[in-house]
Design a protein around this ligand. Structure first.
Ligand SMILES: Cc1cc2nc3c(=O)[nH]c(=O)nc-3n(C[C@H](O)[C@H](O)[C@H](O)COP(=O)(O)O)c2cc1C
Length: 395
């Protein structure tokens, strides 16, 4: 459990078995609420997860629809789709979802309808892989980025290209609205293009898109304004951002909070905290390996605490939440407004329903990251450990 927890106290009446003050506070996780006009059945979020279930050219498949329906039926409050590329050179890996052309709309509309019919809500994560593009030969970024070996892996975008890209994000948001999604989330974390613009490690520009944190936030502010202009001021726009890059000369927590203040001023509807990139201290920073114990703090807990002291826009916190008590205490203490999960919902899409029904034992996910294997090899997302267990039981 998180530090500083109050001792459990009985409330009146005395015999109100097991219902303690602590339990009452915990129920915040299952509080119905409204996020930027989206009615949600609870405060849980499925953080964006690349499922590798789209067709090779990014169209929605029945498998992807079934996976999202399962999450909605499992009572996740808000589902954030796996990252969808807004422009082909920004595609990060195979079988990624696309939202870069109108041809994608009918499939996306089918997906949104299926989630709504199952009582869920869904937003699309809009992304551009930047330097991490699948086709390295056409990779672009704020500045030329060199690998440790000295090989150039991306070239710097021109100002005209940046303006064009802002337009591509806005056009994708419009497609999302046309398809019936409840909103969009900009992927500005994990070293993808928008994250690279925010980071002084990746962004060495000296024009209006670089320099201090205000300059490095310019592209995102322009995208935000364009989306609100095209889709209407009330169309929800959220952002996932690194609370820190964990890279020498990368985005610091202080600059992250400064960027959040800029986004708040420009009408962002929710901010999700994550952290790190490929270049970070342990390579797999956003998906740290290793099981969590009840006393372990979520990965970006300190940053979330600092955020909540300074900003008003609702905060979604992802990374390392495995215990019901952890999620409930985060909310009860006001350290975030929404608790987000990725790997736990790969293993147990019905986790929220299980917890709400009274079985609040820990999420089964052990953070082994084996789920990355099938998804990266074109087999689609599943929990390898769970699959092995099922096979053993069948024998
Ligand atoms: C298989 C897999 C796919 C992921 N895909 C995305 C993605 O598309 N967009 C994104 O922002 N984060 C992605 N992430 C990161 C997660 O959203 C999340 O930030 C991270 O896993 C930490 O949360 P957790 O401890 O609850 O798993 C992915 C993680 C995994 C394991």
């Amino acid at each position: 459990m998180l530090g500083g927890e109050e001792p459990t106290k009985k409330i009146i009446p005395e015999n109100f078995n097991l219902i303690t003050l602590q339990d009452k506070k915990m129920s915040l996780l299952f509080e119905q609420n409204c996020l930027a006009g989206i009615q949600l059945r609870n405060r849980s979020v499925r953080s964006a997860t690349y499922e590798g279930l789209a067709t090779e050219d990014g169209l929605v498949t029945p498998e992807l629809v079934a996976a999202m329906e399962k999450l909605a039926a499992g009572e996740v409050g808000l589902i954030i789709s796996g990252h969808a590329y807004v422009s082909l050179e920004g595609k990060a890996s195979s079988r990624k979802l696309a939202i870069d052309r109108d041809e994608c709309i009918p499939g996306l509309a089918h997906l949104a309808r299926a989630v709504h019919a199952a009582g869920g809500r869904i937003v699309v994560q809009l992304a551009h892989a930047g330097a991490q593009a699948l086709d390295g030969s056409i990779a672009v970024g704020p500045s030329p980025i060199k690998k440790a070996m000295g090989e150039t892996i991306c070239r710097a975008l021109t100002v005209m290209e940046i303006e064009h890209l802002a337009g591509a994000f806005a056009a994708a948001a419009l497609r999302s609205r046309e398809a019936g999604f409840d909103g969009v989330q900009l992927h500005a974390a994990h070293g993808y293009l928008l994250s690279e613009f925010l980071s002084p490690y990746f962004n060495r520009r000296t024009d209006a898109y670089g320099g201090g944190i205000a300059g490095r936030s310019t592209l995102i502010v322009e995208i935000l304004r364009l989306i609100k202009e095209k889709c209407g001021a009330d169309y929800p726009v959220m952002i996932k951002i690194n609370s820190e890059d964990f890279i020498k000369n990368g985005l610091t927590r202080k600059d992250c909070l400064a960027a959040c203040a800029i986004f708040e001023k420009n009408g962002i509807d929710a901010i999700e905290f994550s952290g790190g990139a490929m270049e970070s201290r342990k390579g797999c920073e956003p998906i740290r390996k290793g099981d969590l114990q009840p006393d372990d703090l979520p990965y970006y807990f300190e940053a979330a605490k600092a955020y909540k002291q300074q900003l008003k826009v609702p905060l979604i916190l992802v990374g390392g939440i495995r215990y019901y008590e952890t999620a409930a205490k985060l909310l009860a203490d006001g350290n975030c407004d929404y608790a987000a999960f990725c790997r736990p919902l790969i293993r147990e899409p019905e986790l929220m329903k299980r917890w709400r029904s009274g079985d609040t034992s820990r999420a089964k996910c052990i953070s082994c990251n084996l789920c990355m294997r099938p998804v990266m090899t074109g087999k689609g997302l599943f929990c390898v450990v769970e699959e092995r267990l099922k096979k053993t039981e069948r024998k």
